[in-house]
Design a binder for this molecule. Structure first.
Ligand code: F3S
Length: 389
C-alpha cells in the first residue's frame, strides 16, 4: 500500500509506540482488503464501550492506549453499559459502575467526546454527503452511508480507534463508488404503517440479502425515524451497511438496478416477522430507543402518555444531548408522571437488564433480535402505540 511520508513516520514510531501500533493495524487491514492507499477521515465513531461487552481485557487495553495517545479527529462514543449520571437510580451494581466509569475515563483522556450514543448524527456529529468517515456501530454506519450518503465501512472497535488516533482509514469497500451499487431490488408491497413495520421489513431483508446492498422500490414516504429502524434491523439480521430507497435516499438515482435479482416484501412476510420476533406475552418493562430515540419520538411518547398512568414501567433510551433538550421542554416530567423514565448514555442491550427483568417490550427489530441472547429476555415486539396501550 502506498503511504505518505507522514503515514510512514507514524508507522515507524516517530509519534510514539501506540500510534505506530495503530498504524500497523490499519496497514494490515488495508493489505487484507487490497487498499492502494490511506485516506483521511472527517470523524470517527467508536463502539465497544460497555463493560458488559469488553470486560477487564478491554478496559486494560484502553487504559494502555490512553496513557500515550490522543485522537486527531472528531470522535464520538457508542452507548455505555449504564446511564453515566443516574446509574444508581436504575439499579446498576456498584462494581459494574466502577469499571464502566474507568472505561469512560480512558476514552475521555484520549480526547473522545463522551457522547455515548448510537445516533451521533442526531447529537452533534453529522457528516456531509460523500465525506469519508470511520464509524463502527452498525446502525449508525447504515444511516451514515444510506440516508446521508457519507462513506464508511463497518469498523470494528480497534480499527475505529486506530482511525481516530491516526486520522486515517484504508481506502477500500464502501469508500469506493463502484462498491456502492445495489445487488437486489426489494419490491415493497406491504403497507408500512409505522417505524416498527419498517423495522420488521428491515429484519426480513437483512436475513435474505445478508451482506448485500438492497434497493427499495415502492416506499412512498419514510421519515428519519423509519429509516433509522430499517437500517438497524438489516444490520442485525444480516450485515447490511448500505441501502438505497427510490426517491428518498441520496444515491438512489445514481445507481444501476437493471438486471439484478428481485425479491418481494408483502403482508405475508410482514406478519411472519412479527410472529418470529414475539417470544413473550406480557412485558415486565417496555423499552424504546433502539437506535437511540430522536427528540421527535420522545415528543410522540410524551403526547401519548400525558395525563395517564402506565401499569408497567417504561424507559426511553436516548443520547444525553437529546435528553437535555427534552428536559428543557419538560417532556421528562410528563413521562415520569406516567411511570416512565428517560435514560441516557446506554440501551437495553448493552446494560445488564437481565438482573432486573425477564420479558421486555420493544418496538425495534434490532433490540428484539439481540435481547434473547445478550440479556436472556423474552420479547414482545409491537409498535410504540400498541406497547403504550
Ligand atoms: Fe443503539 Fe443499543 Fe440499539 S447501541 S442500535 S440502542 S442495541
Amino acid at each position: 500500500m502506498h503511504l505518505t511520508k507522514e503515514q510512514e513516520k507514524m508507522l515507524n514510531g516517530e509519534y510514539g509506540s501506540i500510534v505506530s501500533r495503530m498504524m500497523r493495524l490499519l496497514v494490515r487491514l488495508g493489505d487484507v482488503y487490497g487498499a492502494e492507499k490511506m485516506i483521511p477521515v472527517a470523524s470517527v465513531q467508536v463502539a465497544g464501550v460497555s463493560y458488559k461487552s469488553i470486560g477487564d481485557p478491554g478496559l486494560e487495553f484502553l487504559q494502555d492506549v490512553a496513557s500515550e495517545a490522543r485522537v486527531k479527529v472528531l470522535t464520538f462514543l457508542n452507548p455505555a453499559g449504564m446511564d453515566l449520571e443516574n446509574w444508581k437510580e436504575l439499579g446498576i451494581d456498584e462494581k459494574f459502575a466502577e469499571k464502566q466509569l474507568a472505561i469512560i475515563e480512558a476514552f475521555k483522556k484520549m480526547g473522545i467526546v463522551i457522547s455515548a450514543t448510537c445516533t451521533p448524527y442526531l447529537a452533534g456529529n453529522l457528516p456531509r454527503y460523500r465525506q469519508h468517515i470511520a464509524w463502527s456501530e452498525s446502525s449508525a454506519v447504515s444511516f451514515a452511508n444510506s440516508v446521508i450518503g457519507a462513506r464508511t465501512n463497518r469498523e470494528g472497535g480497534p480499527s475505529a480507534l486506530a482511525a481516530a488516533i491516526t486520522g486515517y482509514t484504508p481506502y477500500y469497500g464502501l469508500h469506493l463508488d463502484e462498491n456502492r451499487q445495489p445487488n437486489v431490488v426489494v419490491e415493497v408491497k406491504a403497507e408500512l404503517k409505522n417505524s416498527t413495520d419498517f423495522a420488521a421489513m428491515g429484519y426480513f431483508v437483512g436475513r435474505e440479502v445478508k451482506k448485500g446492498i438492497p434497493y427499495y422500490r415502492g416506499i412512498r414516504d419514510a421519515d428519519v425515524d423509519d429509516l433509522k429502524e430499517l437500517g438497524a434491523a438489516m444490520a442485525a439480521s444480516g450485515a447490511v451497511a448500505l441501502y438505497h430507497v427510490e426517491g428518498i435516499t441520496p444515491e438512489a438515482n445514481e445507481v444501476e438496478t437493471e438486471g439484478i435479482e428481485k425479491i418481494e416484501f408483502g403482508e405475508e412476510e410482514l406478519g411472519e416477522i412479527y410472529e418470529k420476533l414475539n417470544t413473550g406475552d406480557e412485558p415486565d418493562i417496555v423499552i424504546f430507543g433502539c437506535p437511540h430515540a430522536s427528540l421527535n419520538e420522545i415528543i410522540k411518547i410524551a403526547r401519548l402518555v400525558e395525563g395517564r398512568k402506565a401499569r408497567k414501567p417504561f424507559w426511553i433510551c436516548t443520547s444525553r444531548a437529546v435528553k437535555e433538550v427534552a428536559e428543557r421542554m419538560e417532556l421528562d416530567k410528563k413521562i415520569e408522571e406516567a411511570g416512565g423514565k428517560l435514560v441516557a448514555d446506554t440501551c437495553m442491550v448493552v446494560s445488564p437488564i437481565e438482573n432486573m427483568f425477564s420479558t421486555t417490550g420493544v418496538n425495534s427489530a434490532k433490540a428484539a433480535h439481540y435481547l434473547p441472547g445478550f440479556c436472556k429476555q423474552k420479547v414482545v415486539f409491537r409498535s410504540m402505540e400498541d406497547l403504550l396501550r
